[in-house]
Write a protein that binds this ligand. Structure first.
Ligand code: T5A
Length: 213
């Protein structure tokens, strides 16, 4: 039986997921916990290859369903080879994006039917659902601005999804909020417009409240 704690960070582009996952990992480690930081797509050799393939735009021709299958294949390996073993060891696992991202990007915004998205989640994730999902929510404009500032002037840095039209990003935001409303037992929504330190404090409060470190 898994005895560790599984936390995922979700949200639109530039919401601050990577930043907050790193800050939470530092805080947990300072409290004496063993923490595994990982991300999706990625987290395994195969997953990093799929990440490169999709984010470079090379998988675009397969359409949202093809991309959902690729993300799910990477997730299946990630769960089996990395996440589940770490949870069984009793580690804390912090994952930058997970299956809610497939529901939002390929499902709500990409048009893949909810039943297909749910089937893929069942296959790739099974029972290894997060104990806590932190949804970092902020207006689309603000998130894209942050992402573009991080990328700098290099247009080549804009990945497969950052460059999508505004309607796509609004659909993502609405979907993430809907998932959070439908799964209150694991989801906490945090206003990501606040300063980095204030967001970090809200994340820590959610972790203490839900998981009692
Ligand atoms: N995807 C992923 C799918 O379509 N389906 C899936 O199933 C999965 C798993 C992943 C892409 O793949 C898609 C979604 C994504 O488009 P990625 O590079 O991992 O690509 O992209 P993101 O996860 O969107 O990561 P980003 O780096 O764009 O955003 P983050 O991690 O949310 O933000 P972060 O921490 O890098 O911060 C961005 C910038 O903002 C600043 C940071 O310093 C940084 O410069 N910042 C703040 N500025 C002001 N105030 C704050 N509170 C700030 N917090 C951070």
């Amino acid at each position: 039986m898994a005895s560790g704690k599984f936390i995922t960070f979700e949200g639109g582009e530039g919401a601050g997921k990577s930043t907050q996952a790193r800050l939470l990992a530092e805080r947990l480690r300072a409290s004496g916990y063993t923490v595994l930081e990982t991300r999706e797509p990625g987290g395994t050799k195969q997953g990093e290859k799929i990440r490169e393939f999709i984010l470079s735009g090379k998988a675009r021709d397969y359409g949202p369903l093809g991309e959902a299958v690729l993300f799910s294949s990477a997730r299946d390996t990630h769960v089996q080879e990395v996440i589940s073993p770490a949870l069984e060891r009793g580690d804390w696992v912090l994952c930058d994006r997970f299956s809610d991202s497939t529901a939002a990007y390929q499902g709500a915004a990409g048009g893949v039917k909810p039943a297909l998205i749910r089937s893929l989640e069942r296959i790739a994730v099974g029972n290894t659902m997060p104990a806590l999902t932190i949804l970092l929510d902020l207006p689309v404009e603000a998130g894209l601005k942050r992402a573009s500032q991080r990328n700098g002037a290099d247009e080549e840095e804009v990945d497969r999804f950052e460059g999508m039209e505004r309607r796509f990003h609004e659909a993502l935001r609405a979907c993430f909020l809907q998932i959070a409303a439908e799964t209150p037992e694991r989801s906490v929504v945090i206003d990501a417009q606040q300063a980095e330190s204030a967001v970090a404090e809200a994340v820590w409060e959610a972790v203490v409240d839900r998981l009692d470190p």
